[in-house]
Ligand binder design. Structure first.
Ligand SMILES: Cc1ncc(COP(=O)(O)O)c(C=O)c1O
Length: 445
């Protein structure tokens, strides 16, 4: 064994702080706006559905936020996660490019999502909340929150996007094993669900509305979001901080950092600590061509959900009631993106690319046949982007986020392998119609 494949850290090297990139962002941060008044939303607008501990993190101006001891202990169940050098993929691609991946699939739920589910459940339990409601697209977030609620003795109610509910029955079993209740969305349990009954495949926007409605009506229940918000991105920065130490162990530095983007949390979690450290790398975000928010969305204020219950956020959006085609990367079927990430894309610091399903699964299968791990359909977009970088010529050193495994996504692989996977088109006309329904809000430059 001359050349190492894995770069591992010890448990005491789990980060002690999260990295808050808010103070480093170019220009004045654009505030979220209250859905009721259209005025800047303050902590008071968030207290009906979030605990103060998380609201404080959401608006924190501090460059670092300490990780509570109880959260670090729970992280110890699976963190630090490994960094791999993809030597077999490099050989198969016949490239001198050095490729590394940070693998989050070893968490109990199989992805990066428990990195934020655990601190969210912890802060809610500390505030005396009894139950959390949420949505899930891929099933990864719902599983993660179900797991985290079981650690802190909270009930958990999950609205699962219809197309994923049908594609992934064992994700539902997983959530139920951890004690959660799971509904197919749109459901007839909420006004938001009943109003969207015609969209039978569902969307993250609809499922978010259902979960927010449940939380807003029950004083013992809070809402929990698995992406987009500042505090979620903050929690995910354990990924990049560990990766910096592991790249140093490997004696290397990335020239390109690649990740997939749904709402932006795993990408930000990997990229933000490198940005904080002043890395000169290029940053590349990969998204589905069927839901191309960063590459084709409008930079506007929009709601985070379909029914318009959440604050308005400045972001690249396809329109809050746009229902993306039911592609298998359910976690990437979101109409907007994290405002912090959008600001960096707008400033030109992050590049974005969009890929179709078949080219994405072709890359995922290539990866599985060389590196062994079957990737979740979401990070398969990042693998596609990595292979594209390599095929353009020596890219030096690439680091990418393999944010989850695809062991519960085999229906998607089945469709690809049998030749029946479709490449659904994004409809510009549908998006234009959705944008025309955006609420009144100040224009953003
Ligand atoms: C495995 C996986 N990757 C990526 C995502 C997209 O979310 P984000 O962009 O917040 O990382 C999801 C969301 O459910 C997911 O399950």
């Amino acid at each position: 064994m001359s050349e190492p494949t894995k770069f591992l850290l010890r448990e005491e090297q789990i980060p002690s702080h999260w990295v808050n990139l808010l103070p480093d962002l170019p220009g004045e941060p654009l505030p979220p706006l209250s859905p009721a008044t259209g005025q800047p939303a303050g902590p008071d607008d968030l207290t009906p559905i979030f605990p103060m501990g998380l609201i404080a993190q959401e608006v924190s101006p501090e460059p670092e936020v300490e990780i509570p001891q109880e959260v670090r202990e729970a992280y110890g169940l699976w963190r630090p996660t490994p960094l791999y050098r993809a030597r077999r993929l490099e050989r198969a691609l016949n490239t001198s490019t050095r490729i590394y991946y940070k693998y989050e699939g070893i968490s109990p739920a199989g992805s990066h999502k428990p990195n934020t589910a655990v601190p969210q459940a912890y802060e809610n339990a500390k505030a005396g909340v009894k139950k959390l409601s949420t949505e899930t697209g891929a099933g990864q977030w719902g599983s993660s929150l179900a797991f985290a609620c079981s650690l802190f003795g909270l009930e958990c109610e999950v609205f699962m996007v219809g197309s994923s509910y049908d594609q992934k029955p064992y994700r539902r079993s997983m959530m139920q094993t951890w004690g959660a209740t799971v509904h197919r969305s749109p459901s007839d349990l909420t006004q938001s669900g009943r109003a969207q009954a015609q969209h039978t495949t569902g969307s993250l926007g609809i499922a978010i509305s259902e979960a927010v409605e449940v939380a807003a009506q029950d004083p013992d229940c809070n809402y929990s979001l698995g992406s987009v918000l500042n505090h979620v991105l903050l929690h995910q920065t354990v990924i990049g901080q560990e990766a910096i130490l592991q790249m140093a162990l490997a004696g290397d530095e990335p020239d390109v950092v690649v990740g997939c983007v749904g709402g932006g949390s795993n990408f930000a979690g990997l990229a933000f600590p490198f940005l904080r450290a002043g890395s000169g790398a290029r940053f590349v975000a990969a998204e589905p061509a069927a839901c191309p928010t960063l590459t084709r969305g409008a930079y506007r204020y929009d709601f985070g959900d379909t029914a318009g219950l959440t604050p308005l956020m400045p972001m690249y959006t396809l329109g809050h009631d746009f229902v993306p085609p039911p592609v298998h990367a359910g976690g990437l079927r979101y109409h907007g993106d994290a405002p912090m990430l959008c600001g960096l894309v707008k400033a030109g610091r992050i590049e974005a690319r969009a890929y179709k399903q078949n080219e994405t699964f072709e890359a995922a299968v290539r990866f599985a046949r060389t590196e062994g791990i079957i990737p979740a359909p979401e990070p398969a977009h990042a693998i596609r982007a990595v292979i594209d970088e390599v095929e353009r010529g020596d890219a030096g050193c690439i680091l990418f986020g393999l944010c989850g495994h695809g062991n519960f996504d085999l229906a998607a692989y089945d469709a690809y392998l049998s030749g029946s996977l479709e490449d659904p088109e994004f409809s510009e006309a549908d998006m234009e119609a959705a944008l025309a329904r955006l609420p009144e809000a100040p224009a953003i430059a």
